[in-house]
Design a protein around this ligand. Sequence first.
Ligand code: AMP
Ligand code: FE
Ligand code: FE
Ligand code: ZN
Length: 296
Amino acid sequence: MHLIDLHSHSTASDGSLSPRELAALGRQAGLKALALTDHDTIAGLEEFLAAGQELGLEVVPGVEISINGDELLGKPASLHVLGLWVDHRHQGLLEGLKTLQEARARRNPQIVQKFNDLGIPLTLEEVAAHAGGQLVGRPHFAQALLQRGIVRDRGEAFGRYLAAGAKAYVPKWRFSPAQGIGLLRAAGGLPVLAHPGMLKLAQFDLESLLRRLMDHGLEGLEALYSEHDTAIRQALTRLAARLGLVVSGGSDFHGRAKPEIRLGLGLGDLRVPATLLAALRQRREKLLPQPPVPGR
Ligand code: AMP
Ligand code: FE
Ligand code: FE
Ligand code: ZN
């Protein structure tokens, strides 16, 4: 079976491979297509697209943003939305992402302060040294904690300090669902809800969430995901078909930052068939504004 992977991260966000190295790994793994979907940034896309072209690998320019799910779920919640085939030069998208990056820039010193208050003398410089690009996020805090020997692994770093509700957690400002999905669509991106199984919702609640996100322009569902088991992948694929969402799939590869996840293969059993690509592309083409009729 020919495979694709439509969810991965580079050093532009919290992955450990550069966009070029990522494309090379995709080629080496024999993937038919690979999407780069960094958190809150498209800074890696230029290099990624060029590398794809040089290597003869189909590369899909993407991004992953968080939207505020508090209202839709009636509790504090972040939803991750992928935009596949975004235009990485789109001015509105660049401005929207800048807003998210500024929110991170406000949040990171607050996280440092929480650690300092806990008697852990982390500095922002130290954390930023673990980030390959401009963007600093919680995984980089986890690496700094590991290096100091304060935690044994990333899981402990999140569980004790960084996860929602943990000791050094600081929430991050996010777009509303309408704003976030609208931003991706305006930039030509196909909006896909990432890793829906990780929300751990009952089928009924997930379905009503999806219907409301579809009212805001959601088009796809990442049914095939590393950390979804076979039963969840099947249930989500059926749900997508019933609601009229297009199915996507990806590993969420981060390189060394999430060493158990392999590109294209996830935890070992992920298979995203290349046959999904045509349906995704068609759906995305339907979103594009119709070109003006010449001569009118
Ligand atoms: P941030 O964007 O700074 O809020 O960090 C979010 C990122 O942290 C996610 O994309 C994951 O890469 C990582 N992450 C979130 N929760 C966990 C967790 N419980 N264990 C390990 N990594 C996590
Ligand atoms: Fe990440
Ligand atoms: Fe995510
Ligand atoms: Zn991701």
